[in-house]
Design a protein around this ligand. Structure first.
Ligand code: EZ4
Ligand code: CO
Length: 409
């Protein structure tokens, strides 16, 4: 089954997405996601100029061979642009193979290991009453696990907190990339944050009781000893996980955090290969793998990382913010359903325009996601709708400390 053509589609319904569509000589199509938030055109150019021309005429069934050809053949290994591009090809080929088999993709990954995929949503607020409202709204939507992000007294703008409730006041969840020529500047003060955050979790636990799984994202902003202190001070509130507590390029740093706290640790949304996890998994320094299928070489590579993690009782927590397109989400859901060591899936919900461009068959009901039973991924791209929303420059924000020093965002 030869690949006849491949097209890179950059669209911006609600936000920017980079999508690869591969077509075979038999007329089957497959979709892959290569969206790299704030650096979208780099992934698109890599695909268009250096990957698409190499795909024409290859056997679409040879997924592993094509993966190795793109990874080893480039000579320049790893990195977010390369691995997002490889991911898009990998996922599109899995989509085609599953369509050819007439089966939903999860069947080719071993079949379902569970009935539904527990998802967590993002609650946030500028103060405690607003956070409690946001949690209530997520519970009404059916969510059975909730991430809590909060403003900090003395800091003007903080990651993960909406500047103002969205229209109608029904959603506080936050889309950090802003459509503008330059990135927005936010503020940071770690001491103020470390003092404030336990009071927020105390209020949430008092209001909603001990059962509800609660998560928090530290977004790489702490040193190892600061992260250790935060993990320890949150222990009374029984977090499901503390995410990205340090910038974990330095995997050894997590050893220090681990020695001081039993708060479960999740890491990896900015990682792109298994090598980023080598020490973390082997030494059991984390509890959840946070990579996105989109940023780590696709389903083939993510499955290998998660199989390695499974040997150490480490579970999945696949990245699923809105910058993962519906194609990337669907790929994650098929994998989530099939693997044994599933933990939880992040799910922020896409906007209406995105859902017009990407027609999906996955569902969210009573807090559980399911990829659906359509052959393949279960996502189709409406090319006309995509063309109606061309690329718009948009950037993630960045942080400065009070003295003007740039800090991890
Ligand atoms: O900042 O997806 O856990 N989720 C996150 C996200 C990331 C964005 C980056 O593109 O931390 O909100
Ligand atoms: Co995160």
């Amino acid at each position: 089954m030869k690949i006849k053509s491949a097209e890179v589609i950059v669209s911006s319904p609600d936000r920017n997405f980079v999508t690869l569509q591969i077509t075979t000589e038999d007329g089957l199509t497959g979709l892959g996601d290569a969206t790299l938030n704030g650096r979208e055109l780099a992934a698109a150019a890599y695909l268009e100029h250096h990957v698409v021309p190499l795909l024409i005429g290859r056997d679409a069934h040879r997924i592993e061979d094509t993966w190795q050809f793109l990874y080893r053949g480039a000579y320049w290994r790893r990195g977010p642009v390369t691995m997002a591009a490889i991911a898009a090809v990998d996922v599109a080929l899995w989509d085609i193979k599953a369509k050819a088999a007439g089966m939903p993709l999860y069947q080719l990954l071993g079949g379902a290991s569970r009935d539904g995929i527990r998802a967590y949503g993002h609650a946030s607020g500028r103060d405690i009453p607003e956070i409690l409202d946001s949690v209530r709204e997520h519970l009404e939507l059916g969510y059975k696990a909730i991430r809590i992000q909060t403003a900090v007294p003395g800091i003007d703008a903080v990651y993960g907190v909406a500047a103002q409730p969205s229209a109608g006041g029904t959603r506080y969840d936050y889309e950090p990339a802003q459509r503008a020529a330059l990135p927005a500047e936010e503020d940071w003060d770690t001491r103020a944050y470390l003092r404030h955050i336990p009071t927020v979790f105390e209020a949430v636990r008092n209001e909603f009781g001990p059962e509800l799984p609660l998560l928090h994202d530290g977004h790489h902003r702490m040193t190892p000893i600061e992260a250790a202190r935060l993990g320890k001070s949150l222990e009374p509130y029984d977090l499901f996980w503390l995410e990205d507590c340090t910038p974990a390029e330095n995997q050894d740093a997590l050893r220090l955090v681990r020695q001081h706290t039993t708060t479960p640790l999740a890491i990896g949304e900015v990682f792109n290969t298994v090598f980023d996890y080598q020490t973390l998994i082997r030494e059991q320094l984390i509890d959840y793998v946070r990579s996105a299928v989109t940023h780590t070489g696709g389903i083939s590579a993510m499955k290998k990382i998660l199989d390695y993690a499974a040997q150490y009782q480490i579970k999945s927590g696949i990245h699923g913010p809105t910058d993962i397109s519906p194609v990337g989400m669907a790929a994650a859901l098929h994998l989530d359903l099939a693997i044994h060591n599933f933990g939880i899936q992040e799910y922020m919900r896409h906007g209406d325009l995105t859902n017009e461009v990407f027609q999906q068959s996955f569902s969210f009901k009573d807090g559980y996601l399911h990829p659906g039973e359509q052959p393949g991924l279960g996502v189709e791209l409406d090319l006309d709708a995509a063309a109606a929303h061309p690329y718009t420059p948009a950037y993630l924000p960045f942080n400065r400390l009070k003295d003007g020093t740039i800090h991890d965002w």
